[in-house]
Design a protein around this ligand. Structure first.
Ligand code: FAD
Length: 401
């Protein structure tokens, strides 16, 4: 299928599949190109925040997500030496959301679910092993240059959305700078079945330390029986082989939580960490969303959620343009989503990292005191959770005209 009536989507990650499903449900023809031959299943995002579940509720996917995920009613902020600093009860948001919890669901499982739901729509096609190599536009529409198993081809569409991740080819075709910085650190993610819950940890924990902070989460795992992920910072100058070495992994995880015998480590993954936002999300008929538009460190579990909020927003604007409203709506998409990426996503995730690694004793104590005071005061707790559960950012975006 190829034609001037279609929306082309580059990238079969969570954001691309969400956008495709939202459009397909509204009868808009979509073609999604995914470079890989399968959905990637490396351990990345696992946290779904309340407003994201509400958005998925609107397209009939929330209950299936909850059935496949782990409901996490509270999370802990800890200090590696002092123990629990504050325990945050997401139930405090029960008047603000139908989903006052975090849902842990690995992002590839969300992609599988969305891809399955898309199969009900004959107006949607998903083309695996199709890598977008460039995008152009003219007065009538867009032309996507795509490397396919049968050679290079050109696909036509009316609009094109780049949901093709941090190295987005669509963003490069739009010639849009990706402004920000890269940390001089990589994050190591270790997965183990060891039951940290039995040792008193919540299913989500942020554990501050001036030398070796970490974050600890329980996700469903491939069999649904539970897998714990531990995230550590590592020196970006160190050789990846040394960081991923089994002895080094054991040293890190034993240093955090000593136990008799080695941990059985199921996966080790190393990631670069960036804070960047594209300087525009729209160039004519070309648009970007998700990691193609903004990337950030994973502390707070916000990156994918934010990209999913982009997808719902862009889908709404696209449907309205198909219904005859002005293409200026795409500029509103850019204003709404890019503003909150700067004001909210970047600021919050940079703060999260600075606080968890804080080396200054006075600043660290002050932050601990602030968290304790928030957890003890219902009004302050609600205000805090509205921000970190991403409700405030979504409301702010929708208020921009
Ligand atoms: C360790 C780690 C932990 C994280 N934890 C969280 C978390 O708990 N919560 C959270 O919200 N976020 C988290 N994130 C961030 C999250 O993983 C990303 O924000 C999310 O994957 C972005 O989704 P996306 O669909 O925009 O891009 P991606 O998931 O990167 O998907 C892009 C897709 O496009 C495809 N593609 C790329 N180039 C092309 C091309 N030229 N043509 C066709 N296809 C192409 C790729 O193969 C890929 O399938 C984490 C990230 C990391 C690294």
């Amino acid at each position: 299928m190829s034609g001037r009536d279609r929306v082309l989507i580059a990238g079969g990650g969570p954001v691309g599949f969400t956008l495709a499903l939202c459009l397909a449900r509204r009868g808009i023809p979509v073609t999604l190109f995914e470079a890989g031959d399968k959905i990637f299943d490396d351990p990345r995002a696992g946290t779904i925040h309340p407003p994201t579940l509400e958005l998925f509720d609107g397209i009939g996917a929330a209950q299936a997500m909850i059935a496949r995920g782990l409901v996490v009613p509270n999370y802990q902020y800890r200090d590696r030496r002092l123990g629990v600093i504050a325990d945050f009860d997401l139930g405090s948001l029960r008047d603000d959301t139908r989903y006052p919890f975090r849902l842990m669901l690995e992002q590839h499982k969300l992609c599988f679910l969305l891809r399955d739901l898309l199969k009900d729509y004959p107006n949607a096609e998903v083309l695996m092993r199709h890598r977008v190599t460039g995008a152009e536009q003219d007065a009538q529409g867009v032309l996507a240059h795509v490397e396919t198993p049968d050679g290079a081809r050109i696909f036509h569409g009316l609009y094109m959305a780049g949901c093709d991740g941090g190295r987005s080819q669509v963003r490069k075709s739009m010639k849009v700078p990706f402004e920000g910085f890269t940390y001089a650190e990589r994050f190591l993610v270790l997965s183990t079945r060891f039951d940290f819950g039995a040792a008193g940890y919540a299913w989500t924990n942020y554990i501050a330390d001036p030398e070796q902070w970490c974050a600890l989460f329980r996700v469903p795992g491939e069999d649904g029986l539970g897998m714990w992920r531990v995230v550590f910072p590592t020196d970006a100058a160190a050789a990846p082989e040394g960081i991923l070495d089994e002895a080094n992994a054991q040293r890190l995880i034993q240093g955090f939580h000593p136990k008799a015998g080695d941990y059985a480590i199921a996966h080790k993954n190393l990631y670069d960490v960036h804070q960047r936002v594209a300087s525009r999300y729209r160039a004519g008929r070309l648009l970007i969303a998700g990691d193609a538009a903004h990337i950030n460190n994973p502390l707070g579990g916000m990156g994918m959620n934010f990209g999913l909020h982009d997808a719902f927003n862009l889908a709404d604007k696209t449907c309205r343009v198909f219904d005859g409203e002005s293409e200026d709506l795409f500029d509103l998409y850019d204003r709404q989503r890019r503003t909150v990426a700067q004001e909210f996503l970047q600021r919050q995730t940079i703060d999260n990292k600075r606080n968890i690694e804080q080396k200054d004793e006075t600043a660290r104590r002050a932050f601990h005191d602030e968290l304790r005071a928030i957890a003890a005061d219902p009004a302050a707790l609600r205000a805090y959770l509205l921000r970190v559960a991403m409700i405030e950012g979504l409301r702010r975006a929708n208020s921009i005209v």
